[in-house]
Structures are given as C-alpha cells and as structure tokens.
Design a protein around this ligand. Sequence first.
Ligand code: NAD
Length: 376
Amino acid sequence: MKIAVLKEGGAETRVAAIPETVKKFAGLGAAVAVEKGAGEPASISDADFEAAGATTGTRADILKDADLILCVMGPEPGTLKGAKQGALLVGVLDPVRRGEDVAAYAAAGLEAMAMEWMPRITRAQSMDILSSQSNLAGYKAVVDAGSLYGRAFPMMMTAAGTVHPAKAFVMGVGVAGLQAIATARRMGAQVSATDVRSATREQILSLGAKPIFVEGVAGIEGEGKGGYASETSAEYQAAQAELVSGHIAKQDIVITTALIPGRPAPRLISDAQVATMRPGSVIVDLAAEAGGNVEGSKPGETVEVDGVKIIGPANLPSQMAGNASALYAKNLQNLVELLIDDEGNLKVDTEDEVIAGALLTKDGEIVNERAKEAAS
Ligand code: NAD
C-alpha cells in the first residue's frame, strides 16, 4: 500500500503526517511518499521525513499509484490529476461549503472522507480532529487575548502596589471553552463561564471557575444530543442576554466559543454590551468564521469598538502548526489503522459507522446524504 502526504497551500501551515506517524505507517507495511516541502511550515524538513522512512517528491511523484492520500485542507480537485481511480482522499474536506469540490472528487473516481464528519462516539474519540484542534484553539485564544490586553492576568503584590487579577469570562464550554478556562486559570485570571448545556456546570466548577447560568428558564438538559447544543427558546435567549449584560461589563477578557451544529453561530454579545466593557478589554470570538458570537467581529481581523479589541481568529490551529500537525497526524494514524486489513491492504468498510459517517464519495458517486444536498 502506498500513502501520499500532500503539501498544503495558502495560509495553511499544518501537515497531515509527522515523522512518528510515517514510522508507524512503515511498520504497518505501507510505503509513504511526502510531497517536497510539505512539513516546512510546521518546522519538519524533508530530511526528517526521509529519516523516518518516507520518500519525498513532486505532487505527481507522490500521487502515482497512491492508495491513500492524506491532507489537512481539501485540495483543489484539479491538483490531484494522476491519482489512481479508487484512491482514498482523507482530510478536512468542508463538504457543506465545498460541495462542488466533493462532486469533482467523485467524478475523478476518488473516494473522499471528511475527518470533521467523523461521528462523535467513544470509539472514534482518538480520530476526532474537532476535539484535537479545538483544544489548541481554546488555549491560543487566551494567549492571544493576553498579548493584546495591556495588563497582567495574575494578581501581583509588589512594593509599588497591587496588580488586580484579570477577570475572564468564557461563553460556550465545549472542548475549546474548557481549555480556555483551564488556560486562563493557569495564567492567573479569575474565570467565570457559561453554556446552555446544564452538564457543563460541573465541568466549570471542576476547573475552579465560576458557573454563570440562566436560572428559572430551561436550557438544554444534560450533555445535549450527542454532546451538542441545539437552538434555545426565545425566552431563554432573552434571559441569557440579560444575564450576560449584567456580567460582561465587569469582565476584562471574554472568550466566546458557542456553536450549534448545522446552524449559524448564536449571537451572544451585542454592540451595546461591548460598549459597557472597560476600554482595553479584549474579546476573542472563536466562532467568527461560523457567523460570529459577537456583533462586529470579523474573521481573520482584530477590530476595535469603543476601545474594546475584538479578535476574530481564522484557523487558529494553523498558528500552532507543530502541535496541531502532531495531533491531527495522530488522528489520521488512528483512522489508517482502522482502514488497513490484516494483509496490509486498504479496506474501506462502509458497514463501520465510524467510516460510514465520514465517507463522502465512492464508485464515482456522492454516497453521503448531507454531502449530496450540499453539492446539489
Ligand atoms: P461545539 O463546538 O459544537 O460548541 C461549543 C459549545 O458552545 C458547546 O458546549 C455548546 O453547548 C455551547 N453553546 C451553543 N450555543 C450556546 C449558547 N447560546 N450559549 C452558550 N453556549 C452555547 O461543541 P464541542 O466543543 O465540539 O463539544 C461539545 C461536547 O461534545 C463536549 O463537551 C463533549 O461532551 C462532546 N464530545 C464528544 C466526543 C466523543 O465522544 N467523540 C468528542 C468531542 C466532544
């Protein structure tokens, strides 16, 4: 079996394999071919990959006879010319926004699997790129907020006077939010957090932060369906807006991470609420690319409103290319181990719910219902 690892384009700095995963693939009997320069943005040289047992070459060299093609972001279909019929492409293929590309992969006879559509079941946790990358994004959001905040996070008692601790508020306590709470706590801030899912209250407390929850109006019981939130009632949204208004004016740092699968991100902070914050405060809207939790945030930009800086990060994991690549590559390795049979051949078992959930195309057709809708 031959595995090809693509070099990413544009601003993407991550790479889909690291020397450790190359060694692992070689141990499974696979030949690994890495596109020249693929690891450079993540500080991994071609020589590092070669020392781990890979060959390096041009896109055409590595695609020739490859059974499995690994990438981070889905490549332009035209750049995969020369890939063999039935080769399996695995990466973040963004089927909802890039339906035409998925249709083109199918037309080119490629099988395509979207890592972000891996079902969130216990068995698939080690392949869950949403978790591995969101965790890093939650960390980086707090570090970036700290670097723009013109003050310190921890309390400091000095001969010249006391520095008061920063107050940080995390909205949305999923994977990114939990890491944001932990990071802000480690940096010495006083942290509070909120979510619509009632199960997160205990998690917030266990990290030493203060839960701020709407009382008297039902939110989402327990974990929510599959661990995810759904839209809340108008009554809940009004109560949440009031709660936030009272709390946010006292905060120095706000990190928002709230997402609802299949819907635009919920609006949690209005311009009027931003205006109540002290100038110099910093908001990081991790949902900026999904429509934004914060009015006025712009993906890929930092804007200033009434003296408050609002960071709208775009692809934060890519700013931590070393760790993000290592975790992503490990997620892929765990998937590849599931895809290789005892004889060392690639076997895409469509009966397996982990594979079926993420598989988009097969035998020249789009086989996933959600992907079909997006492509039409
Ligand atoms: P997410 O990125 O979809 O959303 C982030 C958070 O925003 C969630 O906690 C959500 O409840 C919250 N949110 C949505 N609307 C909100 C609103 N209006 N106000 C405040 N908060 C709001 O979530 P995620 O980080 O991907 O994960 C959520 C949960 O999924 C995890 O905590 C975990 O329980 C579960 N999970 C399971 C697996 C697995 O079993 N393989 C893997 C990862 C996560």
